[in-house]
Design a protein around this ligand. Structure first.
Ligand SMILES: NC(=O)c1ccc[n+]([C@@H]2O[C@H](COP(=O)([O-])OP(=O)(O)OC[C@H]3O[C@@H](n4cnc5c(N)ncnc54)[C@H](OP(=O)(O)O)[C@@H]3O)[C@@H](O)[C@H]2O)c1
Length: 332
């Protein structure tokens, strides 16, 4: 099914990771061979990544740690916490974004460590695939609880530290935040919410010097769909009685391990840019190929066309082109 082929819909050209955050090491003067006086090392910038046990979050945590950030890596399972803790520059933190007590405990750990917090990456996410007219209230709540309420809760909790550091908040959206696909309505709704959340949060935090971005990946390797399948199997899910039985069965038979997709390294690079650039972008669409770019850009442009047509305050083609030229010139 084509809709499934663009599941979790959704290059980065030459981004360099400006401003590596590590401490400069004292060196030896190249001319005199004399040991330079040790300068006060710049403190490592700390970043919290939620959902760091696998996929995009895991890759991002590893990339940031390698670049010299101190990474608080949020995870839920003991084995993941241990694995993450073993990485240099990483401290694992037990963090389920739907559990306020765990968010409070994570805040305490970060606050007491005295490093402050420069960056928050709201990455934890799940996907629920189900027809909108059949999905249970429980599944609806689950999807929104993790993907929408999660970033809201964690950002709210850590806002004092982020304001203090004039830091960055970055949320993992998706190209499903720009378009939607049949049976993926709930997921697309959650990622559309992340888009609005980012726009409003950016306005609200700008006066405090905190910059806000959303990274919108296309399809990359991760365990998001195998986790979905495991949840379905655990509760004995059956497609029987569904009006969409054929499509759902096709979906469940399709390749859910996402092994056909690229590793999410370029997604991690977008987070690096959003954390280190003097002028981070508000939106980072990161897709693995032209086809996913086309689907997304066309979906965004389609909305403009639909909004504009057959209403009293419509714009002409020339006026639209002029508007577009202005936006292309300023990037906004
Ligand atoms: N991969 C893609 O192609 C793609 C495309 C667009 C957007 N995204 C987005 O990227 C983000 C990461 O997903 P992924 O694809 O990398 O999938 P993934 O490998 O399944 O990673 C999801 C992460 O979120 C965690 N998580 C799930 N529920 C959580 C909760 N209640 N509290 C805290 N953590 C929780 C998972 O932890 P556990 O291991 O404990 O379950 C895991 O660490 C998601 O927001 C997803 O929507 C992914």
């Amino acid at each position: 099914m084509r809709a499934i082929a663009i599941l979790l819909a959704c290059t980065l050209i030459g981004w360099t990771s400006a401003l590596g955050p590590g401490s400069p090491a004292p060196g030896v003067d190249g001319v005199t061979g004399v040991q330079e006086p040790a300068t006060t090392p710049a403190p490592q910038r700390a970043v919290l990544v939620t959902g760091a046990s696998s996929g995009i979050g895991r890759t991002t945590a590893e990339v940031l740690a390698k670049k010299g950030f101190f990474v608080y890596a949020g995870a839920r399972k003991e084995t993941d916490l241990k694995e993450l803790d073993a990485i240099e520059n990483v401290q694992a933190i037990r963090l389920d974004v739907t559990v306020p007590a765990e968010i409070d405990a994570a805040f305490k750990i970060v606050e007491e460590s005295g490093r402050g917090l420069y960056g928050l990456i709201n990455n934890a996410g799940v996907v629920v695939v189900a027809p909108l007219i059949e999905v249970t209230q429980e599944d609806f709540d689950f999807q929104m609880d993790v993907n929408v309420a999660g970033p809201y809760r964690v950002t709210k909790a850590f806002a004092p530290l982020l304001i203090e550091s004039k830091g960055r908040v970055i949320t993992t959206g998706s190209i499903s935040g720009i378009m939607a696909w049949g049976l993926g309505g709930l997921y697309a709704m959650s990622k559309h919410a992340v888009e609005a959340y980012t726009d409003a949060l950016a306005m609200e935090l700008a006066p405090f010097g905190v910059k806000v971005s959303v990274v919108e990946p296309g399809n990359y390797k991760s365990k998001i769909t195998t986790s979905m399948k495991e949840r379905l199997e655990a509760r004995g899910y059956t497609t029987e009685g569904s009006r969409y039985q054929g499509q759902l069965e096709g979906l469940l038979r399709s390749r859910l391990d996402r092994g056909q997709y690229k590793d999410p390294d370029e997604v991690a690079e977008a987070f690096v840019h959003a954390l280190t650039s003097e002028q981070p972008k508000l939106r980072y669409m990161v897709v693995p190929n032209q086809q996913e770019a086309a689907l997304t850009i066309r979906a965004a442009m389609n909305k403009v066309v639909q909004l504009n047509q057959d209403q009293p305050y419509t714009y002409t083609r020339d006026e639209l082109v002029e508007m577009l030229d202005g936006m292309l010139a300023t990037g906004r």
